[in-house]
Design a binder for this molecule. Sequence first.
Ligand SMILES: Nc1nc2c(ncn2[C@@H]2O[C@H](COP(=O)(O)OP(=O)(O)OP(=O)(O)O)[C@@H](O)[C@H]2O)c(=O)[nH]1
Ligand SMILES: [Mg+2]
Length: 605
Amino acid sequence: MKEKKTIVLAGNPNVGKSTIFNQLTGRNQHTGNWTGKTVEISEGICETEHGIFRIIDLPGTYSLYSRSPEEEIARNYLMGEDFDSVMVICDGTCLERNLNLVFQVMEICPSVMVCINLMDEAEKKGIRIQLEKLEELLDVPVIGISAHSRSSVEKCRKFLETAGKQKNCLIPAKDIRTRMKEAEAVCRQVVSAQPYPDQRDRKLDRIFTSRKTGFPVMFLLVVFILWMTIFGANGFSDFLLTVNFWAGEKLKIILEQMDLPRWFCGLTADGIFRVTGWVVSVMLPPMLIFFPLFSLLEDFGYLPRAAYNMDRPLECCKACGKQALTMCMGLGCNAAGITGCRIIDSPRERIIAVLTNVFMPCNGRFPTILMVISIFFTSGAVWKSSLIPAVCLTALIIFAAALTLLVSRILSETLLKGVPSFFVLELPPYRKPQIGKVILHSVRDRVLFVLMRAVMAAAPAGALIWILANVKENGSSLLAVCTEFFEPLGQVMGLDGVIFTAFLLGFPANEIVMPIIIMAYLAQGAIGNVTGLEEIREILLSNGWNLQTAVSFLIFSIAHWPCAASAAAVRRETGKISWMILSCLLPAVTGFVLCSLINILLEII
Ligand SMILES: Nc1nc2c(ncn2[C@@H]2O[C@H](COP(=O)(O)OP(=O)(O)OP(=O)(O)O)[C@@H](O)[C@H]2O)c(=O)[nH]1
Ligand SMILES: [Mg+2]
């Protein structure tokens, strides 16, 4: 009979806890080269020759006295939950700082193991750690590993079996200064060479974070990523749309041959299948390129540098510099960005970050935005036809970031008054991304995750849109009644009733906005023969779209209301419905005011 034990992985942020957790359990916890990725507890199972271990991955914490929400989660778990042993993961390149937490954990837990990770990086920096001596001094089991290597994972699995077998390691509580001195004394005995400053990191930091080059490099990086995304995605999207159209036709024929009711064939083939197929066709190709490139930058260690650059503008808006990290996360998914706001310690600044995250265009909005930009802002050769939209999209992201800053400033001058708090943002070392693993993980954990969520929303939404477009009252469909009702409001904003209704119906997921627009314009209750950008362009132009409609559409895409998942995340993170309502009103009012102003200005000109 195998023994069953619960082992908790604790440690400073960015030391590789989640990487070890994934290796041991086969789970796909998100990892990345910056502090504070894990903000929730995860668990998984690791089975070895002699035991079955329930492994708990905690958010990183520098100390058990910390007060930020994700660090509190770690502390509360260690102090209040039932487990057999704690494995404190340490960073081999800065053992002294990590030992403080080891001592603090030993003050409250009778069974502690120490795993020194990142030994490969320590070795590269010329640091040697005498593991046996450390084990002797701490009087707890110690191993040294590099979580990326297979042999280390095996070693770590074996190490799990020592859990709970050593004697009680509880030590008396002491003040933090004494503990720091003890950590220093231990390191003096076991760390045989001091690290020499990493010249390569310094040079790179001079490029990525200096006042002269920080922002231009950031701009070029974003343009490059978006250019690659658009360049690679457009053709693939067109191909998938053609396949989707063909498959939809075939499905309809098969269903009709089965003598099923006409309404059922329409609902299934034209509603559910076509809308879902559309969402997959336009979302999958850009995500397949954008997410892996973004993850490579993240693993390389660039995100905290971007946050460092953004610190000054955010401070001017009396918001927290760490908000830049949550804004970057929002580019992937606003719901994830909102949850990630837990890394911000001050409740005031956290709420500002939560309320404004939705201004960053998420991946659900990217494909539609890209499509409109590609239709209205492209010309010339192939490279130009993707470079110009990439620059336009970058400008839109800068505009979204500027709106976030402006609204943050307004909030911190009115509802959420206060001075910016002091915070420390650690700049992690640059790490060579594990290209294969990063691509695999981002495709599996991000692309498929976001796509599945979009499909789950698109399928019922497709059915609903089909019903709205096909159920007729006095000769006009319910969708037409809705669009007519919102026509005056849409006109004020330089849009039309169809576009406004599409954004309203897109509340479950932003991805379905464009299919609704096309269905409503075609008045067929189906997306019809739409197999590429050219057809969409024709449909939009013949329904009165011009450059001004496109600009208003893009602005309203940035600032309307959060999707259902993001609104739920705001409610969860703030604990109040009133904040959730405000998170919907803020962007909606901002979008309405901006679009109306532009419309009035253009009419005057
Ligand atoms: N070179 C090297 N990189 C590693 C090793 N272990 C982890 N990493 C990298 O270190 C970064 C941080 O890893 P995570 O597992 O996310 O760290 P974490 O401790 O869970 O971080 P938080 O959740 O923020 O507390 C990632 O980019 C990993 O790929 C290692 O042994 N060697
Ligand atoms: Mg983690």
